[in-house]
Design a protein around this ligand. Structure first.
Ligand code: RB5
Length: 144
């Protein structure tokens, strides 16, 4: 599995912590976020990660900003992206089981590193439930 990760200035520290964590689990990571402590605009990084997913270069995207909200709004503007701002174990599980999210977003200012690692584990260990495919198909219909 390959994961693309993107972040704005709020998410730099958490981004590197997540990269180390994923690599310790033998997951390869494409770092598309900013590494410099200079204010940037989160939609630019949502765009980079969404493009890699839509071009089938990676299996999943992770986006980090202050809250995870801006990144999820921006990523969801891309046709074919299902971005979920996961913030507890239930939303981490349901974002995969029900929504088959292909991008997950985290808030660097709302969650600790260990909380985020736990949410990542729950999301990665959960399977999509086929009974929800019809709803995913209807989202595709809305996208046109
Ligand atoms: C940047 O200060 C902040 O607005 C951004 O990281 C994010 O939280 C937006 O949703």
């Amino acid at each position: 599995m390959t994961i693309a990760i993107g972040n704005d200035h709020a998410g730099i520290t958490l981004k590197f912590e997540i990269i180390d964590y994923l690599q310790s689990k033998k997951i390869s990571v494409m770092n598309l976020g900013t590494d410099e402590d200079i204010s940037v605009d989160y939609p630019d990084y949502a765009s980079k990660v969404a493009t890699q997913i839509l071009n089938k270069k990676v299996d999943l995207g992770i986006l980090i900003c202050g809250t995870g909200i801006g990144m999820s709004i921006a990523a969801n503007k891309f046709k074919g992206i299902r971005a979920a701002n996961i913030y507890d174990e239930q939303t981490a599980r349901l974002a995969k089981e029900h929504n088959f999210a292909n991008v997950i977003t985290f808030g660097a200012r709302t969650h600790t590193k260990s909380q985020v690692f736990r949410l990542l584990d729950v999301f990665l260990d959960t399977k999509f439930e086929e009974r929800h495919q019809q709803r995913i198909d209807k989202i595709k219909e809305i996208e046109g």
